[in-house]
Design a protein around this ligand. Structure first.
Ligand code: MTE
Ligand code: LUZ
Ligand code: MOS
Length: 752
C-alpha cells in the first residue's frame, strides 16, 4: 500500500501549520532574545519597538497568569527568561504585530541591558563544578574490578561525539485562537499534543478541558518536536489568551536554529578488556552529556545512553556511569535514537581502537561478542529472540564481507591518492519508552452509517507513515479496503492523555489500541451478520464482503453496518492499550524495560580522496530485522532516511558554539547537511527473515530510530581509509569526521 499522504504531498496539497487558512485579525508573533549566553537582565526598554509600525503588543513573563514554567520532567525551564538569561537564544518575550516582518523590524530596536555572567559550554567543566541536571546514574553487571587481571588486552581512551541539528523542513510553530468561555484552540506542529496541553494548563492556569490541541501532521520532527514544540505553542496560546485574538507563531529558520536544542553532544572515557579469543570481559565507561541550560528530556536521554552502551554485544562485566551536565547552551533534546547512538558510538570507538592495538579487524571483535539468547544486558533484561547473529551472518554472507575486504586491500595497495575503508555496523535498539509509565495509547473509531470509517489515535504523522500503517491495521482487522478508512488529525479532545509519538513506538502502541477497538466492533457486528445469514458458523469479512468458509456471501460491509445500526448497536469504540511485561526498578537499575529489541547489520564502504580530505560512500549493505513488515516501502524509506541522517551526523554536520555560547553554525550556509552527493552511491537493503514479535503491531517491528545507528559505521569506515593512507597516526575519536578533520589526520605525523 502506498503512503496515503504521497499524492497530496507531491501536489502540494497536504496541510501543514502554515497552510491553515488564517482568520481575519490574526496577529503574528516573533520571539526576542539577547545576544548573550549567561547574564542578569538589568533593564529592558520597549518604547522604540512599540512605536514601530504594525506593532500591537509585547508579551513577557509579566503577562503570564499561571506559572512561568514549561519543564516537563524537571520544572527548571522558564517559558520566558526572567531576571536571568541562561543561554544564547533564551526567549525573553514575544512581539505581536500585523505581520511577521513588522515584528522582526521591531525586534531590532528592542533595548536590553544586561550584566554578563560566566559561561560554561563544556560538559566536563560543568561536571567538575557540580553543575548537574540530576544525580549521575550507574549501570553495573558483574564486577569489572575483579576481572581486569584476566584480560590479555586492555585499552583506555576517550571519545567525543557532537550534537546534531534536527533541521525538520517545517520549523517550529503554532496557531492559537480563543474560543468562548475562556477556552483555547491551538494547532501545533508537535509530536506531543498532550505535552503542549499540559504546559498551556500550567502557564495559562486553565483546566485541561479548556485547551484543545490539534495536530494534522508535521513537516518532520525527528525528536525535535517531542518536547520543544511546546514553548512556541504556549507562547501563541498565551498571546491569544491575553489579546483575545488569533495568534500565529512560526519560527524563522535562523531563530529556530539558535533558540532550540539539538542532539546531545557527549564526551566519554572508556576502558575495555579482552581475552585472547577476542571476548570482551570488561567494559567501563563514563559519559558526560551536554544537557544545555535546562533538563528538557536529558535525564531520559541519559538513561537510554546507558541502556545501549554495549550495543549488540554481551559483556559479562560492565560499569557505566553517566552525568547529565548543565551548560549555557540551548537545552538539548530528543533526536532519533535518543542518547542510544551516543552510547553505541563509544563502545564502537573502544572496539575499533583495541582492534588496532591487537592487530585484528574490528569486525572480528564485533562478531565474537554479539548477544545470544540467554545473555543479559547490564540492566537485567535477559535476551530472547536475538537476531544479532542472524543479521550479522546474513549481511556478511549476502554481501560477501571477505571479498569486499580483499578488494579494498588490493585497491589500497595500488592507489596512492584514493584509499578505501570498510566498517561493519551491527545495531541493537530497545523498543519502548524507557519510562515504563509512558507506554500506553488509545484509539477512537467511528463507523458511519454508510460504512465509511474514521480513526483517531494519539499518533502524530511526521512523515514516518504512521497514518498509513494505522489505516492498514484498521483495514486488516475490519476486513475492508483501506480507502474506506480516514485518519483524523491528532486532537486532545478526541484522544486524551497521550504519550508523544516517539521512541519508535507510535505504530506499535497506537496500532495495538486501534486493533483492540476494531476487534471490539467486529465482536458486536458479527452476531448481526450471523443472524442476517441465519448461521452460527464463524464468519469473516474480506474486501468489504462477509465470507463464510472462505466463500463470499451476499452480505456486504455496508449492509452489515446499516443493519447493526438499525439494531441499535454502537458503531463507535474507544480502546486502550498498555504494553504488558515491561517493568523497571530505578533503585536497582534492573528490570525488563523493553518490549523487544530491533537488530540489524550494515557494511559500509567509503572512498577517501587523500588530496582533498573528502569522501564518497560507495555502498552501504544492510540486513535489517523488520519482523513481518506491514509496509515494505515505508519501512525501506525509514531505513534509507535514517541511514543518511546517521551518516550526516557522523560526517558533515558540525555544531559549533564559541566560548560565549554563541551558535556559530547558525544557518544552512555554515551547518552542512547531507545532500544527494553525501548519499551512498548504492544502498542495498535486505529484510531478515524472522517471525517478528508479538508485542510489535501485527508482528511488524518498530523501524523509526534503529537504522540511524547504521550511520555510526560511516565514522569507522573513514577512519580505516585514513589509517590506510597514514598508518602510523592514531587519530582522536571525535565525531563528526568532517573533511577538514580527515585532511588533518591524513597528514598528521603524531605516532600511534
Ligand atoms: N521519519 C520522518 N519522515 N520524519 C520524522 O520526523 N522521526 C523519527 C522516525 N522517523 C521521523 C521519521 C523519530 S525520532 C521517531 S521516534 C519515529 O519516526 C516516530 O514515529 P513512529 O513511532 O511512528 O516510528
Ligand atoms: N522519548 C522518551 C523517547 O520520552 N523516552 C524514550 O525512551 C524515548 N526513546 C526514544 C525516543 N524518544
Ligand atoms: Mo524520536 S527521538 O523518539 O522522537
Amino acid at each position: 500500500m502506498k503512503n496515503i499522504d504521497a499524492r497530496n504531498h507531491v501536489q502540494g496539497k497536504s496541510i501543514y501549520l502554515d497552510d491553515i487558512p488564517e482568520i481575519n485579525g490574526t496577529l503574528y508573533a516573533v520571539p526576542f532574545d539577547a545576544p548573550v549566553g549567561h547574564a542578569r537582565i538589568v533593564k529592558m526598554d520597549f518604547t522604540k519597538a512599540m512605536n514601530m509600525p504594525g506593532i500591537a503588543r509585547i508579551i513577557t513573563a509579566a503577562d503570564i497568569p499561571g506559572e512561568n514554567q514549561i519543564g516537563g520532567i524537571i520544572p527548571d525551564e522558564p517559558l520566558f527568561a526572567e531576571g536571568e538569561i541562561h543561554f544564547w537564544g533564551h526567549p525573553i518575550g514575544i512581539i505581536l504585530g500585523t505581520s511577521e516582518y513588522a515584528c522582526r523590524k521591531a525586534r531590532e530596536v528592542i533595548e536590553i541591558e544586561y550584566e554578563a555572567l560566566p559561561v560554561i559550554t563544556c560538559p566536563r567543566e560543568a561536571q567538575k563544578q557540580n553543575h548537574l541536571i540530576a544525580p549521575p546514574r550507574t549501570f553495573v553487571l558483574g564486577d569489572t574490578s575483579e576481572h581486569w587481571a584476566e584480560c590479555d588486552y586492555v585499552l583506555e581512551g576517550k571519545a567525543d561525539v557532537n550534537g546534531q541539528e534536527h533541521l525538520y523542513i517545517e520549523t517550529q510553530g503554532a496557531y492559537a485562537r480563543p474560543k468562548e468561555d475562556g477556552c483555547i484552540w491551538v494547532a501545533s506542529s508537535t509530536q506531543g499534543p498532550t505535552a503542549v496541553q499540559k504546559a498551556i494548563r500550567k502557564v495559562l492556569n486553565l483546566p485541561m478541558h479548556k485547551i484543545e490541541v490539534d495536530t494534522v501532521r508535521l513537516g518532520g520532527g525527528f525528536g525535535g518536536k517531542e518536547d520543544q514544540a511546546t514553548a512556541w505553542a504556549v507562547m501563541a496560546a498565551l498571546a491569544a489568551h491575553v489579546v483575545q485574538k488569533p495568534v500565529k507563531l512560526s519560527l524563522h529558520r535562523m531563530d529556530d536554529m539558535r533558540m532550540t536544542g539539538k542532539r546531545h553532544p557527549y564526551s566519554a572515557d572508556y576502558k575495555i578488556g579482552l581475552n585472547k579469543d577476542l571476548k570482551i570481559l570488561c567494559y567501563e565507561a563514563t559519559f558526560y552529556q551536554n544537557a544545555g541550560a535546562a533538563a528538557d528530556l536529558s535525564t531520559s536521554v541519559l538513561e537510554r545512553t546507558l541502556f545501549h552502551c554495549t550495543n549488540a554485544y554481551f559483556i559479562p562485566n560492565v560499569k557505566a556511569t553517566a552525568y547529565s551536565c548543565k551548560t549555557n547552551l540551548p537545552p538539548n533534546t530528543a533526536f532519533r535514537g535518543f542518547g542510544g547512538p551516543q552510547g553505541m558510538f563509544v563502545i564502537e570507538a573502544a572496539i575499533t581502537k583495541v582492534a588496532e592495538q591487537i592487530g585484528v579487524t574490528a569486525d572480528q571483535i564485533q562478531k565474537a561478542n554479539l548477544v545470544r539468547n540467554g545473555d543479559v544486558f547490564s540492566y537485567g533484561q535477559v535476551i530472547d529472540k536475538s537476531e544479532a547473529h542472524n543479521s550479522w551472518n546474513a549481511c556478511v554472507n549476502t554481501y560477501n564481507l571477505e571479498k569486499i575486504q580483499a578488494e579494498i586491500r588490493a585497491f589500497n595497495q595500488s592507489n596512492y591518492r584514493f584509499k578505501k575503508g570498510v566498517a561493519v555496523q551491527p545495531i541493537c535498539f530497545g523498543i519502548s519508552f524507557t519510562n515504563t509509565m509512558m507506554n500506553h495509547a488509545r484509539a477512537l473509531v467511528h463507523i458511519y452509517q454508510d460504512g465509511s470509517v474514521v480513526v483517531s489515535t494519539g499518533a502524530v504523522e511526521m512523515g514516518q507513515g504512521v497514518n498509513t500503517k494505522l489505516a492498514q491495521v484498521a483495514a486488516i482487522t475490519l476486513g475492508i479496503p483501506a480507502s474506506w478508512i480516514r485518519l483524523e488529525s491528532t486532537n486532545t479532545l478526541r484522544v486524551a492523555n497521550t504519550s508523544p509519538t516517539a521512541a519508535s513506538a507510535g505504530a506499535d502502541l497506537n496500532g495495538k489500541a486501534l486493533q483492540i477497538a476494531c476487534q471490539n466492533l467486529m465482536d458486536r457486528m458479527m452476531p448481526v451478520a450471523q443472524a442476517l445469514l441465519n448461521t452460527e458458523a464463524n464468519l469473516q469479512i474480506k474486501d468489504g464482503v462477509v465470507h463464510k468458509d472462505n466463500e463470499a456471501t451476499e452480505l456486504t460491509w455496508q449492509q452489515l453496518v446499516l443493519q447493526s445500526f438499525m439494531r441499535r448497536i454502537s458503531l463507535s469504540e474507544q480502546a486502550h492499550y498498555s504494553t504488558p511485561v515491561i517493568q523497571y526498578d530505578k533503585t536497582k537499575e534492573k528490570g525488563h524495560p523493553f518490549a523487544y529489541h530491533v537488530y540489524g547489520t550494515a557494511i559500509l564502504v567509503v572512498t577517501v580522496d587523500c588530496l582533498r580530505g573528502t569522501y564518497v560512500f560507495d555502498e552501504v549493505n544492510i540486513v535489517h530485522d523488520l519482523g513481518k513488515t506491514l509496509n515494505a516501502d515505508i519501512d525501506n524509506g525509514q531505513i534509507e532516511g535514517a541511514l543518511v541522517q546517521g551518516i550526516g551526523w557522523m560526517t558533515l554536520e558540525e555544531i559549533l558554539f564559541n566560548d560565549k555560547g554563541k551558535l556559530l553554525t547558525h544557518a544552512l550556509s555554515t551547518y552542512k547537511i547531507p545532500d544527494i552527493y553525501s548519499v551512498p552511491l548504492q544502498i542495498n537493503i535486505q529484510h531478515l527473515d524472522t517471525p517478528g514479535h508479538d508485542l510489535a503491531i501485527l508482528k511488524s517491528k518498530a523501524v523509526g530510530e534503529p537504522p540511524l545507528m547504521y550511520g555510526l559505521g560511516a565514522y569507522f569506515a573513514i577512519r580505516n581509509a585514513v589509517k590506510a593512507f597514514n598508518p602510523n597516526h592514531d587519530p582522536n575519536i571525535d565525531a563528526p569526521y568532517t573533511p577538514e578533520k580527515v585532511l588533518m589526520d591524513l597528514y598528521s605525523k603524531r605516532k600511534a
